[in-house]
Design a protein around this ligand. Structure first.
Ligand code: ADE
Length: 225
């Protein structure tokens, strides 16, 4: 899979994409992530990429020219399965969307900034607007990092235990059951007996029951879906 990111703040993305599984996925050749600085696509001699909004709206707007230059250049190189714009107005990101994105070959993420981008870019190029939650970030870079982190770990081979991504919270609209590790008893606090029983059928039933109870208690809305 290849992910291209268009941003005015590439430095903000360097670190989140250079650690842990996201780093390993790139080293293993399972994903290529390319960060592009929007300022490299403007013809303005001061590298200006934002301007005042028409109509007196407060705040700056990302200009059409650098974004158009960047997206049309990238599109001339390959076909994108999705051109995503990170924005609080977008569709709320969830595990189902992460699963879908992880099966794509090429995606392009445009990170929103300032008051937003010129609407003509949204109309012309964007195939999906994504929000990571009902709150406003200073820019779309952290949202892009969240989206990328959640999708690359789903690429087959990304995680050494192949089944582990499948048992994550949300995969069946359920939260994950509680987990324990050694020691089996600590200061009188015991691990549930069933987990030490060696009976895998019983263990699976226990996990399912725990997942359902936990979801009912903490996120009953997931069970309505
Ligand atoms: N940019 C600013 N806020 C955002 C959010 N909640 N999700 C995605 N992009 C954003």
């Amino acid at each position: 899979m290849r992910i291209d990111i268009l941003t005015v703040l590439p430095e903000l993305l360097d670190s989140p994409l250079q650690h842990s599984i996201v780093k390993r996925v790139q080293e293993k050749g399972l994903a290529e992530i390319h960060i592009h600085n929007l300022r490299n696509f403007t013809t303005d001699k001061h590298k200006k990429v934002d301007d005042y909004a028409f109509g007196g709206e407060a705040g700056m707007v990302m200009m059409i020219e650098p974004v158009d230059n960047a997206i049309s250049y990238l599109k001339s190189q390959r076909n994108y399965d999705e051109i995503i714009y990170t924005s609080p107005d977008g569709e709320k990101f969830n595990q189902k969307t992460a699963n879908k994105f992880s099966s794509f070959k090429n995606i392009l993420i445009l990170c929103g900034h300032y008051k937003g981008i010129d609407q003509r870019i949204r109309d012309q190029y964007i195939t999906k607007e994504i929000s990571i939650g009902d709150y406003v970030l200073t820019g779309g870079e952290l949202a892009a990092a969240v989206i990328i982190d959640s999708i690359v770990r789903l690429i087959p081979g990304a995680i050494s235990d192949e089944t582990s991504a499948l048992s994550d919270s949300f995969q069946d609209n359920l939260l994950a059951p509680p987990v324990y590790t050694r020691p089996s008893e600590y200061k009188g606090l015991k691990v549930p007996d069933v987990l030490l029983s060696g009976n895998f059928k019983k263990i699976d039933n226990w996990k399912m029951q725990q997942a359902e109870e936990k979801t009912q208690k903490l996120r009953p809305d997931l069970l309505d879906d």
